[in-house]
Design a protein. Structure first.
Length: 247
């Protein structure tokens, strides 16, 4: 930690993916305002806040935990924005939101839950959009802004918003060498998941699937492939702590 090299860390490749992956940097004092960072990295779409859970009014509780049914998921949602567009659960996969936003609660009954996002497009008003609250959460939520020409370098943005931990790239799938394929799709078994992984970094620390929930990675990183057999898959992250080399 400090001015280390750019490194690569890969999770174990096992059935059901009951593993985690932890990379620890540190928060820095010169972390930029997160709203500004989100705006720079996401075109003209600014994600101000996002909450998820089973509470009817997700914005009501002051305490955000499983006693109130509302959880802050701002960082994860920001990581899902691409080119000024946010599309949560585009395939409407059952319980994808639960597995992604609150994996600790994903093994109970499929009670109705929803996600709510406070956002701003350009210099417009701050708006709130909330998904339907239904069992199994077979719904999506779409917010469309637009990409802008003055989008900052993504590596810089990731570094500024994540302490001294810079996520350069991340891939997920069943290919033994995730970094080998040039074509990234279900024919090669390797998928780019950089944006999602960057959204999971908090205060310079990345912990993927901390509870080691079965198939959480599959549901989160590749929901279109999450209904097949539990073949071994893994995630690999290229990162840098401080100004060191890429690992």
């Amino acid at each position: 930690i400090g001015d280390g090299p750019i490194e690569t860390k890969t999770s174990a490749k096992v059935p059901f993916e009951t593993v985690d992956l932890l990379i620890e940097g540190s928060a820095t004092e010169d972390v930029a305002d997160e709203t500004f960072v989100a705006a720079v990295s996401s075109g003209n779409l600014k994600i101000h806040a996002a909450r998820y859970g089973w509470a009817d009014d997700l914005w009501g509780p002051k305490r955000l935990d499983n006693t109130t049914g509302s959880k802050d998921v701002t960082s994860i949602v920001r990581g899902l924005v691409k080119n000024g567009r946010l599309h949560i659960n585009p395939t409407r996969a059952p319980q994808w939101m639960n597995s992604t936003f609150w994996p600790e609660q994903s093994h109970g009954p499929p009670i109705p839950r929803h996600v709510s996002v406070r956002f701003q497009i350009g210099d417009g008003p701050i708006e709130t959009k909330t998904s339907a609250k239904v069992p199994f959460e077979t719904v999506d939520l779409l917010i469309e802004g637009s990409a802008t020409e003055d989008v900052a370098d993504e590596t810089f943005v990731a570094a500024v918003s994540s302490g001294n931990l810079k996520i350069h790239a991340a891939r997920y799938g069943w290919a033994d060498d995730l970094w080998g394929p040039k074509r990234l799709d279900n024919t090669t078994g390797s998928k780019d998941v950089t944006s999602i992984v960057r959204g999971l970094v908090k205060n310079g620390r990345l912990h993927i699937n901390p509870t080691r929930a079965p198939q959480w990675m599959n549901s989160t990183f590749w929901p279109e492939q999450s209904h097949g057999p539990p073949i071994p898959r893994h995630v690999s992250v290229r990162f840098q702590i401080g100004d060191g080399p890429i690992e």
